[in-house]
Write a new protein. Sequence first.
Length: 317
Amino acid sequence: MIVNRMISRAAAALIVLLLAGCGSGEGTFVGYVDADFVRPAAIASGRLTTLAVHRGDAVKKGALLFALDDAKEIAARDAARAASAQAEAQLANLKLGKRPQEIALIRAQLAQAEARRDLARLTFERARTLLAQNVVSVERRDTAEAELRAAEAQVAELQAALKVAALPARDDEIKAAAAAVETAKARLAEAEWQLRERRVTAPSPASVEDTYFEPGDFVPASTPVMSLLPTDTIHVKFYVPQEIVPKLDIGRRVSIACDGCAETMAGKIAFISTQAEFTPPVIYSETTRAKLMFRIEAKPETPAALRPGLPVTVTVE
């Protein structure tokens, strides 16, 4: 949101004239209505697809004000969501180890290797016995022994593979996969935020003062699309002499009257300035001190009845 402080120069000039031309009276002072205007804008540029409000409309907090085209943001969100799901699946797979089907295959291979080992052992024992009887040569016995050692090595290899298959992945692999999950989640959160920012809502109850674009227009980044007047920012400014300031306190009740107002409305002092206004730089002396005026701000209880720039009369109770 882009917030601009708008002070009615015409009203300020009017106050100066009124202060110069007439006294404030006993506890009664001249002032004017002011407010903080809000000018909503999107953080990124785009084409305006929806203008949900128009000049003069009253909007509630959270109501949709306008929306920009979001096809690219939706695609980015969907891609980030898929990447996040993939990263989570990869992490879960590493934590579980091999699938049951893969473990079953290793078990079958191990059973075959054990059978070959047992056969190789019998062949070796027979060759050794026959060698003692001078029936076979030494080379035949050595060949049988080599085949036995190879069969035993294969059995040991498959037994180790079966143990590893039942274990999860290494700690460093799991940590890397977990980090990938967090990265994917962060990218998804950013993509979702970018998508949400294409729809701008009212930050508080307000009235629409003006709109600057129409549907189909291209809106540059951070460019206000409209001007809002939040009712909770409406306040009254009035000015009091220096000797009155020590008698005022925050929360002090006041009565506010204006031309055309059906009745006087109540309010409370919300701000007391510490700086003199409406006077040029002067040397503070006993003769000039009474000319210094101080700005006071009061919050009316029914602000919707007041408009910025409207002259008012404030009575301190």
